[in-house]
Design a protein around this ligand. Structure first.
Ligand code: WTA
Length: 581
């Protein structure tokens, strides 16, 4: 990656001197005479002026490999029509539009259309059940929801009365067919076809654009907001890390609800004018090798979970499909161990890069870059423009650790264009939670003498399940709605494929009998309410949950129990009195 200039700044108006590369990028993206830019227009309309209209913007592969392509001209046109529809429905700049779609062309039209209308694009996980979807729609105060018709019927319809802010629901028939919407919904395709394209709203770089939920450890999920200028970081990492050019075919395997898909499955490749490939299937090694080769994918962004699944099938299968087009592959979301890096490089025949970032950071911040020496097992070095440090909390102050190889918390200075602008909580935009001018990531790392960062662990108790971060409190809260359960503790249990899966420990209310019938009933309830991705895979009944003096569940005791494959009603070895608070 090109080296950074120390004068680089992303603060509006702060770079009075010679033009920085951020200013150059801003000029390039500019779609408005007043110098502002709108992600929706910069990812579509801008390429038409450059004569790229006929190029395929997005190719979606359906469950049976049916292809649905959409050109840049079509994407620009349909997203501008959707913007007109949304404005016509009364959407005001800054209003949130939630999107609950699988990987279909309408997902891309929706993302860009919402942004062109000045709205905030808030994608949700289709694997979530009615409970998490309802709470996120409520926290986001979403005014409009664009949703697949089947997902609406199964996961949203029953919650409508509890969502007073949700004024309009647009239904999408995901195989491209029109739906006959119920009385309180509208048909997406009919409205889009009937509308005249609207010009994108002239948003300022600091206007809110993206909202993604990441599960907090304390109670409700956190909604993280990024503004339009986040696109500067998506464009630059797309170009300099993945080397994206208009000829590229870029495949990001992330779920549409995850910020990884918004940043690298939508914005970065479209900003670079490349073709995005989106496959409907979840991890499926044989199919995925076929896609890499047949679709001539040039750059691939996936997760350690996917690579671990592919490793199980062996290198011979990988070699039998080897794609000549692939140039680079990379991974994000969890630690990528050295064996996986080396295996990936051998099997795919290209550099396999670990990259680190978080929802709050908005785009890749630390990476093994193709242009630098890679250090397998490390997350890589900070990208130009990012100011990172390893810190130790000393009371209310932070001490920056300069000595190499000392473990501390990874901290980032705000200023990177995709850094969160705030959290949404109960409708209020909160401050970004800075400490001594640093944003604390909650990740424990060490930095070696050459500046490579090594992941050590999470400072908190999040359960990392594949690409999902599951907050134990959210799962516990919903399980407690079952009448049999008195108390619930949820922890991550190590899993070869997904890294961790949620497992639950529960004590029972009087009058309920522990046993297989009740376990099956509660687990089914959990899947119904939470969705299969978030629901606990196991449930163990215990007489009492281990607690600290302050009444906090001692998750590490439960974690130890989870690994031992506990049996029901097996009393836990509680150390008493307990010193922890
Ligand atoms: C973890 C995903 C180790 C980390 C874009 C971080 C990683 C959290 C890596 C963010 C990596 C992400 N090595 N751990 N390369 N990348 N993580 O918000 O704990 O879903 O804080 O953002 O994933 O997850 P999030």
């Amino acid at each position: 990656m090109a080296s950074s200039k120390s004068s680089d700044t992303v603060n509006e108006g702060a770079s009075a001197g010679p033009t920085s590369r951020w200013d150059e990028l801003r000029e390039e993206l500019c779609t408005h005479p007043d110098g502002g830019f709108n992600i929706g227009a910069a990812c579509s309309d801008r390429h038409l002026a450059a004569g790229q209209g006929e190029r395929i913007a997005v190719r979606c592969l359906g469950p049976r490999m049916q292809q649905r392509d959409i050109s840049y001209a079509e994407l620009a046109d349909r997203s501008s029509r959707l913007a007109a529809v949304l404005i016509g429905l009364g959407l005001q700049p800054g209003d949130t539009v939630a999107v609950l779609l699988r990987r279909v062309p309408e997902l891309f039209v929706s993302a860009l259309g919402v942004l062109k209308a000045g709205g905030v694009y808030c994608p949700l996980f289709a694997t979530f059940g009615p409970g998490p979807i309802r709470s996120r729609l409520g926290l986001a105060q979403a005014k409009v929801l664009i949703v697949a018709d089947d997902l609406y019927a199964r996961k949203v319809a029953a919650s409508r009365a509890a969502l007073p802010d949700l004024h309009h629901v647009l239904l999408v028939g995901e195989d491209g067919v029109r739906t006959v919407p119920p009385e309180d919904c509208l048909d997406f395709t009919t409205l889009v076809e009937a509308a005249s394209p609207a010009a994108a709203i002239a948003t300022r770089p600091t206007d809110p654009a993206l909202l993604h939920f990441t599960s907090g450890t304390t109670g409700t999920p956190k909604g993280v907001v990024q503004s339009h200028r986040a696109m500067l970081a998506h464009l630059i990492t797309g170009r300099e890390l993945f080397g994206l050019e208009p000829d590229d075919i870029f495949w990001c395997t992330a779920d549409p609800g995850w910020i990884t898909n918004t940043a690298y499955g939508v914005i970065a490749p479209l900003a670079c004018g490349a073709t995005v490939l989106a496959d409907e299937a979840d991890i499926n090694p044989r199919r995925w090798y076929g896609i890499l080769a047949d679709e001539k994918v040039t750059a691939w962004y996936t997760t350690p979970t996917a690579i671990r699944a592919m490793m199980r099938y062996g290198a011979a299968l990988a070699r039998s499909y080897r794609s000549n087009s692939l140039r680079v592959a990379a991974s994000v979301g969890e630690p990528l161990n050295t064996e996986a890096v080396l295996w990936g490089q051998k099997a795919l025949g290209v550099p396999f890069l670990d990259t680190w970032w978080q929802t709050e950071i908005g785009s890749v911040a630390i990476a093994n870059c193709p242009s630098e020496t890679q250090r397998p097992g490390s997350m890589g070095r900070v990208l130009p423009g990012i100011h990172a440090a390893v810190v130790k909390r000393e009371g209310s102050h932070l001490e920056v650790i300069e000595t190499p190889d000392i473990v501390g918390e990874l901290a980032i200075r705000p200023g990177w264009p995709s850094m969160l602008s705030g959290y949404v909580g109960n409708g209020v935009l909160l401050g970004a939670g800075l400490h001594d001018g640093w944003y604390l990531t909650g990740d424990l790392v060490r930095r070696d003498a050459d500046g490579y960062y090594w992941f050590v662990g999470r400072a908190d108790d999040m359960i990392k399940c594949g690409g999902l971060q599951i907050g134990p409190f959210e799962v516990e809260g919903l399980l407690m709605n079952h009448p049999a359960l008195a108390e619930v503790g949820v922890v991550g249990k190590p899993d070869l494929l997904l890294r961790e899966v949620p497992v639950a420990f529960a004590s029972l209310n009087p009058g309920f009998q522990a046993g297989d019938a009740l376990r099956a009933e509660v687990l089914a309830f959990a899947r119904q309410e939470l969705g299969s991705a978030m629901a606990p895979r196991e449930l163990h009944f215990i007489p009492e949950l281990p607690k600290t003096i302050a009444g906090k569940i001692m998750r590490r005791v439960l974690k130890a129990k989870a690994v031992e494959e506990p049996e029901d009603i097996d009393p836990l070895p509680l150390s008493s009195p307990c010193a922890e608070v």
